[in-house]
Design a protein around this ligand. Structure first.
Ligand SMILES: NC(=O)c1ccc[n+]([C@@H]2O[C@H](COP(=O)([O-])OP(=O)(O)OC[C@H]3O[C@@H](n4cnc5c(N)ncnc54)[C@H](OP(=O)(O)O)[C@@H]3O)[C@@H](O)[C@H]2O)c1
Length: 314
């Protein structure tokens, strides 16, 4: 029987790459990946082609290119790239274009990689955290949450996938433990004693593959995480994996916002939201459900065992 094509936005990146590899790792499965990229000749795109993926050009700023890229596909994995541009408006325009293109192409199952609109918990009038860019509390969350409606309004069969903090941020986002003036490592997280749902980025794509195998999840909002851990627990796991002391430095969200790197205010608000609404945020990311989608789901300790050498210890 012919395989059903899954068109994967961001296929050369973390989430989409995990999904393409998950589909290819199951050669007897019912799906075949169509890896979407702006540059079909890049090294990463060629690597996916070598693994057996169909590779097709797309630009998520161009709805016509999305429509062509989604043509004939059973499924589409839709994700946006906030940290490339820091613009919630651009993110919303891209999400709208993906929803419209999926509708136009008659896609049967869309996964929209999303996050909560935090303004439902922290309205703009709430002064516990600053309002950013005029109308957001956590811009990279709120834009995705606002875009949820584009998929229902377009009438596309959608699963809304709430993702979690990538542990890979310790490698790529400068969030790993840092050496203090005393030469000791400290792990900074502005979350007090509250739990942060985290996941290996590769596991997001594997969970998405599990969702495509479950058409009963169309029309549903689901959440995934590998573990819910406090900063103290993460520091202890880091210490064990690295074989040296790692202190937990629970700075305040205000201090974190003041670190001054691009996006520090957005991330400071994000961690504050996750801490203040721990029960709702963790509750929306059930570990047993995540494992049912992806039996290979890694714990933080497992992820560290495989990745500890890649964490820069500045
Ligand atoms: N870091 C976290 O902890 C975390 C947690 C949850 C959610 N998120 C969200 O994850 C999203 C990013 O996903 P990711 O980490 O999978 O991204 P990523 O690893 O940065 O990959 C992005 C890929 O998307 C492609 N891309 C960029 N702009 C494009 C465009 N205009 N048209 C088509 N393709 C484009 C690029 O591929 P080509 O160059 O090949 O085109 C790139 O490889 C962000 O919105 C972020 O908010 C992050």
């Amino acid at each position: 029987m012919a395989k059903k094509t899954i068109a994967v936005v961001g296929a050369t990146g973390a989430q989409g790459g995990g999904l393409v590899r998950a589909i290819l790792a199951d050669p007897r499965g019912e799906f075949a990946p169509r890896a979407l990229t702006r540059d079909v000749n890049s090294a990463k795109a060629r690597e996916l082609a070598k693994l057996g993926a169909e590779v097709v050009a797309v630009n998520v700023d161009d709805e016509a290119s999305l429509r062509r890229a989604f043509h004939g596909a059973y499924g589409a994995y839709c994700v946006t790239f906030f940290w490339d541009h820091f613009s919630p408006d651009k993110e919303k325009a891209q999400a709208r274009a993906m929803a419209q293109a999926a509708k136009g192409a008659g896609v049967k199952h869309v996964i929209w990689s999303t996050l909560e609109d935090t303004r439902k918990w922290v309205p703009l009038t709430d002064t516990r955290m600053p309002t950013l860019q005029g109308k957001y509390k956590v811009p990279h969350f709120d834009a995705k949450g606002e875009a949820n409606a584009f998929f229902s309004e377009a009438g596309v069969p959608t699963t809304w996938l709430n993702t979690s903090f990538y542990w890979d941020n310790l490698i790529h986002f400068g969030m790993g433990p840092k050496k203090g003036p005393d030469g000791k490592l400290a792990f900074v997280l502005p979350m007090g004693d509250k739990k942060l749902p985290g996941i290996a980025a590769e596991d997001i794509g594997r969970c998405a593959y599990g969702i495509f195998k479950r058409p009963d999840l169309i029309g549903k909002t689901v959440g995934i995480a590998g573990e819910h851990l406090t900063g103290a627990q993460m520091a202890a796991a880091l210490a064990k994996a690295l074989g040296q002391d790692v202190a937990y430095n629970a700075v305040t969200p205000a201090a974190y916002r003041g670190f001054g790197f691009p996006g520090a205010d957005d991330l400071g608000n994000m961690f504050q939201f996750k801490a203040d609404f721990e029960k709702d945020f963790c509750g929306a990311r059930d570990l047993g459900f995540s494992r049912s989608l992806n039996p290979q789901l890694q714990t933080f300790a497992q992820w560290l065992a495989a990745n500890k050498e890649r964490i820069p210890l500045g």
